[in-house]
Design a binder for this molecule. Structure first.
Ligand code: AMP
Length: 210
């Protein structure tokens, strides 16, 4: 089974993708993590996307599509994958039909006001990628990762002005995908305004696997 998780930045698509990947035994594929890794390693791709990523804009379709295809070629998972962050626009949704068959699409819906509140407290571990939130899921020791003890940071693109820009990008470019999948009859929408576990349980129930 191949799943796509859609959601505005801060809607919890990363956390839900992770939880669902564990539950269903799927490979979690985050194009945002792949791009951040390229940036950290200062590869040609990483350098070419840094400015757009930091401004909250989408990176070019061909760049992210090649990274994803390469990842899928190298990481076969017989159970399937869960795509977190791809597709991000209609063009990507159409292109991907040539290289992967999607069975179900989950849209995690959260209103903008709550997203801005959530993201103002988001902290991530640059080492093990765990994420925390000063409002909802604080680390046990202030600014220190519970898992690996690394110092937590605010992602450059989680800063307030950038969050607003990313929300605008989401509404303009990513939201139209929802209707694309609705028309195909494979869309499941879930209210993402609750805590992570509650939302995960609703998704599993909606997918008919509880
Ligand atoms: P995310 O971690 O999914 O919120 O992604 C962080 C950033 O990576 C986005 O704001 C975009 O700049 C870039 N990005 C991730 N996935 C894609 C994609 N499928 N297409 C274009 N840009 C992407």
């Amino acid at each position: 089974m191949n799943l796509v998780v859609l959601g505005a930045p801060g809607a919890g698509k990363g956390a839900q993708s992770f939880a669902l990947s564990e539950y269903f035994g799927l490979t979690h594929v985050s194009t945002g993590d792949m791009l951040r890794d390229e940036m950290k390693r200062k590869t040609d791709v990483g350098i070419s996307v840094t400015e757009r990523m930091n401004k909250g804009e989408l990176v070019p379709d061909d760049v992210v599509t090649e990274l994803l295809k390469d990842f899928l070629r190298r990481n076969q998972n017989e159970n399937g994958v869960i795509l977190d962050g791809y597709p991000r626009n209609l063009n990507q949704a159409v292109i991907m039909e040539d290289f992967i068959k999607i069975d179900r699409v989950i849209s995690v819906n959260v209103e903008d006001g709550l997203i801005i509140e959530r993201m103002s407290g988001r902290l991530v571990c640059p080492s093990c990628k765990a994420s925390f939130n000063t409002h909802y899921k604080p680390p046990k020791v202030k600014h220190i990762c519970d898992n690996c003890g690394h110092k937590l940071v605010t992602r450059e693109d989680d800063k307030k002005k950038t969050v607003k820009k990313r929300l605008k990008t989401y509404h303009e470019e990513t939201e139209p995908i929802i209707n694309f999948y609705k028309a195909k009859g494979i869309l499941t929408e879930v209210n993402g305004a609750f805590d992570i576990e509650t939302v995960t349980k609703s998704i599993i129930k909606l997918l008919g696997d509880d």
